[in-house]
Design a protein around this ligand. Structure first.
Ligand code: SF4
Ligand code: SF4
Ligand code: FES
Length: 545
């Protein structure tokens, strides 16, 4: 196996692995500072922050011959016998000089810069910069330019060109470019071609300084007030890994979480900027019961009692599961329904689709299916028994009077049914609905339950590629609302707090499709197809539905 020596430590590299010196050093626990290099973009080696000493060890004699000049680590692919040295005086001086040079022209406006607290220029300056500043401190400037989806603070740019390469290589839209030469270089767009594409927000994450800023986050929060939770985007079937960043139960930012199996380093703008619905004032809160004079708020205990009684005494009740439920919610709800009433019907709610999948040159796909867990919910519905109905069959059954009581577990973010469909559902003599927002149905039901969004509960989703990922709860749901999992946990007579991990373990033991989720779920999720020697019925139905 090829061996590379990093600061005296031997690191084995797999044969055929293409790694640069930054990546190999990271394996040895050595950080090589860098600005322009990013593992998802082409290599330009322009910032020179990653300079190292490099040499070769003679395999026969063991003698090491070093190159006289420093080389950029990002542009140095490692090979057997390569010697990398990052801790010499020469390297330290080079880094300090790069830092000093960048700070000559950089406005020292950290107190107002959105990136303060997570800026590489700040961090590297303190780690590798000169002890003292030799140049004058230039006045604070903040030349802000609206370049389309984002703001550009021109003076803060360190010309790493990451943003430019992103629009050329990943989004394929090429809106950003470098204008002028030398110290007059600037990032810009053409007058009539602003930065505007579905992936544009990623350049804010890529920018190592505060030159590119999100319009919706600008000056909202200092980043050190934010706490982040590892989660999964709930807005389409791609199921990107994300960080949800919140302060005091309010989501302020969504950032991509690296997952090479799903979204690499990126997320789309729909997922990134789509979170305000979580705190929208029109969210359904608590529980409301229909009365002769309108609607009245009731407590959860009464609501659960009513649900239990109505299903137990029904002739043929139905439960409709939406593709927005977590696996644990769908499982608890469907299992409870089946146990309560052997003749009950499980139906699947409408699956929202918008146009076609959007594919980008860098490989990123925004799914046309605008829900996070169709595969998981379908597998559970089919796995738990007979009589699963699609949405239109379900409507037909209700219209024909063959279903008398209905529980609809919705959680849709956008309008999902029209007046006539709502009228049809209402033909059942008792209807309970759990949802996020008012709809044509919400004013007509007997019980209306406020439920939680993807940021407000724990659980798992299965994305379009059969990868199951875990969501952490980032914020609490609005006062009075509950996640569907809690409701059916309690109805099932389970005591203590709702434990989705325990439910997933049960699900993995019961349905072969979920068996790969039996143990710990890694941060990148598990592929549910890995240990399926033969496709189960549930899987076949789920993947071909
Ligand atoms: S705006 Fe940011 S990402 Fe773009 S070149 Fe400047 S520093 Fe780099
Ligand atoms: S691609 Fe889909 S899952 Fe990923 S961030 Fe966008 S909306 Fe969310
Ligand atoms: S990271 Fe290597 S030169 Fe910029």
């Amino acid at each position: 196996m090829p061996v590379v020596i990093v600061d005296g430590k031997e690191i084995e590299v797999r044969a055929g692995e293409r790694l640069n010196a930054i990546e190999v050093a990271a394996r040895a626990g050595v950080q090589i500072p860098h600005y322009c290099w990013h593992p998802g973009l082409s290599v330009v080696a322009s910032c020179r922050m990653c300079l190292i000493e490099m040499g070769t060890r003679d395999p026969q004699t063991g003698n090491v011959v070093m190159l006289p000049k420093l080389v950029p680590a990002c542009n140095t692919l490692v090979r057997d016998g390569m010697v990398i040295v990052t801790n010499t005086e020469k390297v330290a001086r080079a880094r300090a000089m790069v830092e000093e040079d960048l700070l000559l022209r950089h406005p020292i406006d950290c107190p107002i810069c959105d990136k303060a607290g997570e800026c590489r220029l700040q961090d590297y300056h303190f780690q590798y910069g000169q002890g003292e500043r030799r140049a004058d401190i230039r006045p604070i400037t903040s030349r802000k330019r609206d370049i389309g989806d984002l703001f550009l603070f021109v003076d803060r740019c360190i010309m790493c060109s990451r943003c430019v390469r992103f629009t050329r290589e990943i989004s394929g839209t090429s809106e950003l470019m470098i204008v002028n030469r030398g110290t007059h270089e600037e990032i810009d767009v053409l007058p009539d071609v602003p930065l505007h594409n579905k992936l544009s927000g990623n350049v804010v994450d890529l920018c190592p300084v505060g030159a590119l800023a999100d319009k919706d986050f600008l000056y909202r929060q200092r980043v050190w007030y934010l706490r982040r939770k590892a989660s999964v985007c709930g807005l389409c079937a791609t199921g990107c890994s994300i960080w949800i960043e919140e302060n005091q139960d309010r989501v302020h930012r969504i950032k991509p979480r690296e997952n090479m199996f799903v979204n690499k380093w990126w997320i789309c703008n729909d997922g990134r900027y789509g979170y305000p619905f979580i705190h929208h004032p029109s969210r359904i809160r608590g529980v409301v019961r229909r009365t002769t004079s309108g609607q009245a708020a009731i407590g959860w205990t009464d609501a659960l009692r009513e649900i239990e009684e109505k299903v137990r005494t029904a002739a043929r009740p139905a439960m409709c599961l939406s593709p927005f439920l977590t696996n644990e919610e769908a499982y608890l709800a469907a299992r409870w329904m089946r146990n309560m009433h052997p003749d009950s019907v499980i139906a699947l709610g409408p699956v929202p689709r918008e146009g076609e999948d959007e594919r980008f040159p860098g490989g990123f796909v925004i799914s046309a299916e605008k829900c996070p867990n169709r595969l998981g919910v379908e597998a559970i519905a089919y796995g738990l028994g007979n009589g699963v109905l699609g949405w239109s069959d379900f409507l037909e059954e209700v219209a024909a009077g063959r279903i008398d009581r209905v529980i609809v577990l919705a959680g849709y973010i956008k309008p999902w049914l029209d007046e006539s469909q709502a009228e049809t559902v209402r033909k059942a003599n008792w209807v309970a609905l759990a949802d996020l927002f008012p709809s044509p149905l919400s004013g007509k039901v007997d019980l209306l339950l406020g439920m939680a969004t993807y940021a407000e509960h724990e659980g798992s989703y299965v994305n379009r590629s059969h990868r199951l990922q875990w969501l952490q709860r980032a914020v609490r749901p609005p006062l009075g609302s509950r996640c569907v999992g809690m409701v059916f946990w309690e109805l099932s007579g389970r005591t203590g707090v709702y434990q989705p991990r325990m439910v997933l373990a049960e699900l993995a033991a019961e349905l072969p499709y979920f068996s790969a989720a039996a143990g710990e779920i890694p941060d990148v999720g598990v592929d549910l197809r890995v240990n399926q020697l033969a496709p189960s019925t549930a899987e076949t139905q789920a993947s071909t539905a």
